[in-house]
Design a protein around this ligand. Sequence first.
Ligand SMILES: Cc1ncc(COP(=O)(O)O)c(C=O)c1O
Length: 440
Amino acid sequence: MSDAIAKRKISFSPPDISELEIAEVTEALRSGWITTGPRTKLLERRLAAYIETGRTDVDTEADAARWSNRVACLNSATASEELNLRIWGIREGDEVIVPAYTYTATASAAIHCGATIKFVDIQKDGDPITHMPEMDYAALEAAITEKTKAIVTVDLGGIVCDYDRVFEIVNARRSLFMPLKPDGSPLGDLSSRIQKAVGRVAVIADCAHSLGASRVFRGERKYCGAIADFTSFSFHAVKNFTTAEGGASTWLPIPGVDNSEIYKMFQLLSLHGQNKDALAKTKLGAWEYDIIGPWYKCNMTDIMAAIGLRQLDRYPGLLKRRTEIISAYNKTCDALGISHLVHHTETMDSSNHLYLIRIPGIGEQQRNLIIEKMAERGVATNVHYKPLPMMTAYGMDSSDYPNAYDYYRNLVTLPLHTLLSDEDVEYVCAMLKGVMKEAV
Ligand SMILES: Cc1ncc(COP(=O)(O)O)c(C=O)c1O
């Protein structure tokens, strides 16, 4: 390392928690209501306003009530994707298509529902403009069979997939789709009505990284959460927007199906199938409840929602800061001839979640050496992701997914978060330059 530059310690993705979040959590703790309650409900409506219009200045219950109840806050994106799939009606015997290049939760949520997953490789070197490791759409189309019930798309790093293309594909394959038959159960009957109304394979978006990202879809700019049939977001500690752990589901209106029925099903599935939540049971004499199904426990607490309410106030500023850091990284990488994600185009604005770079002409070993050398200089980097077919749990032959492997072998993720000062960003760039000289 050059003697002229003092060593810094750069973490990969620490949470950005201000006094505002701390004060709101304190108030929640003092309020006497700490599990799912008014703060969670307010966050749901505020997220709906944000997803529908980009507005974050909606903060009273009366104002928030003007927005849709098509957001359900939960305890993680994994739970959120699983409930999306369950409400859509994924069952044993169904096939769910998942990109080979993603985090395990994208696939495991479908497996939890009893589905068989089918991996689809990514395009060689990712999307030609954004370089995002996006599914190979010809392979996606070919993978759809009569058993296919859903495609899970992933807006990796915050970059929004080509949903026009994805919807074109599922619409072209309508004739193969066989909707679920009603089975006399509340969940089965609801899913059957939803599948009949939609009449094609569902697009279930894994937007764990992409809250606040937008793209032109069917000629109109739309935020993630207002594009796919069902969407899941992650509010995990390393995400742009955090509630420590947490997540949310959103969905589009389903013609002929009462939205309150869908919202209610999210509440039931996330709270043991119990038809009254803790708040409803506090009403005088209202102790009695029924259990509709032996379901799950994945609700959001008001303590988590308290963090989210204040994060949402700050979110436009957090996104702007991420854009500034990305611009500085872009300059350095372009000068070094390193390929990187392109987070902003004429038709798409990412949520700036991850900065993936691919170093030309190297293999896995050299990539790992670069990661070590950056760590020696105090810079934590990462790899997003080792393709799922290579993981023990999935145990598939990675040679069947050559583009995913090729993308991964020379990939490094640089630290990108809002606690980085301009000097930190300059330091990361300087260390990258030095390490490239030494290791490549
Ligand atoms: C692409 C993707 N999907 C889903 C998840 C799961 O999110 P959560 O930890 O909130 O369940 C993650 C978590 O990092 C992710 O990266």
